[in-house]
Design a protein around this ligand. Structure first.
Ligand SMILES: NC(=O)c1ccc[n+]([C@@H]2O[C@H](COP(=O)([O-])OP(=O)(O)OC[C@H]3O[C@@H](n4cnc5c(N)ncnc54)[C@H](O)[C@@H]3O)[C@@H](O)[C@H]2O)c1
Length: 288
């Protein structure tokens, strides 16, 4: 098996898939970005062209570098285009059956040494890999949002993930200029587990009328040194995405009360106040 990845693929061109593809092509790796939806694939390509053009405008890269990066991108709705690459990163919605069926199909069609990675935030990597004949080739590769800006990537070792898979993914993460942390397949891994009380306690404080949304965010930024407060961050991530992660972590810990979700989030999801993507969540957003 090669020690450096010469070609990669990303499955799913939504929020995370586009960001991950940007990191990869910027990092010099030719990448196939696949989506089921023609519309999503078209939007993804436009987004990447815009993002690289903005980097040129800001003086962060030259026109030649931009063209080279975009030259490494292949956007497709033909799944067969991803079969011959070194690493495939799946970034489709947080649905276990969907992820399992994608990896089953990939296993039937890819060479034995292709590495499989899932960007799941909270599902069990072991359970995703459980449908494979060779689960040793699959690990979690958890990028954070926005992927181009966030330096950390969690590499998650499922029960049957081989040492070689982890080692090669570690090299891959270094190759694309990110910092890897290896963690075991436990609910929420490291970052999302630590983040649950961050959101939940903020929601409790607000519910108990101790402080407003704005005040809690302000205090955590000024005193805690966080770049964003817990409510701003929920609006960025999506209240629905955040709520789903909290529910999964809570269930995975067999209902441990410290991870219990808060009903305000559920009401907001029901009202479709999902944060930035719907123009309003804990705050209002003019442009959406
Ligand atoms: N949004 C975040 O902040 C964040 C952060 C870290 C990890 N994640 C995880 O990353 C994954 C993707 O999340 P997202 O927010 O990018 O989702 P998203 O809804 O923005 O994008 C999902 C994309 O997958 C496509 N898709 C659906 N079914 C498909 C299939 N069978 N084959 C190919 N493409 C398919 C959709 O058309 C869509 O473009 C999830 O597992 C999520 O938990 C999300």
């Amino acid at each position: 098996m090669l020690n450096t990845v010469t070609k990669s693929a990303v499955i799913g061109s939504g929020t995370m898939g586009v960001g991950i593809a940007q990191v990869l092509i910027h990092g010099g790796i030719p990448t196939v970005l696949y989506d089921l939806s023609e519309e999503q694939a078209r939007k993804a390509k436009e987004t990447l062209i815009k993002r690289f053009s903005r980097l040129v405008e800001k003086g962060k890269m030259s026109e030649v570098e931009k063209d080279k990066a975009l030259g490494r991108l292949q956007v497709t709705t033909d799944i067969r285009q991803v079969y011959r690459v070194g690493v495939i990163i799946e970034a489709v919605p947080e649905n276990i059956e969907m992820k399992q069926s994608i990896f089953k199909e990939l296993e039937e069609n890819c060479p034995d040494d292709t590495l499989f990675a899932t960007n799941t935030s909270s599902l069990s990597v072991t359970e995703i890999a459980g449908v494979l004949k060779r689960p040793s080739r699959l690990a979690g590769l958890h990028f954070f949002n926005p992927a181009p800006l966030m330096p950390l990537v969690e590499i998650i070792k499922g029960t049957d993930t081989s040492k070689e898979t982890i080692h090669l993914l570690q090299q891959f993460v270094t190759q694309i200029g990110k910092t890897a942390v290896i963690c075991q397949d436990t609910p929420g891994f490291i970052v999302n587990r630590i983040a649950r009380p961050f959101y939940n306690e903020a929601l409790r404080i607000e519910k108990d009328n101790i402080a407003s949304v704005e005040k809690i965010d302000r205090i955590l930024k000024i005193i805690g040194g966080f770049k964003m407060g817990p409510f701003e961050l929920q609006d960025l991530i999506g209240i629905d995405v955040n709520f789903a992660t909290t529910k999964t972590v809570h269930n995975s810990f067999y209902g441990e009360s410290r991870f219990r979700p808060q009903y305000q989030q559920e009401r907001m999801v029901q009202a479709k106040r999902l944060g930035r993507k719907t123009g309003g969540g804990f705050y209002r957003y003019e442009s959406s």
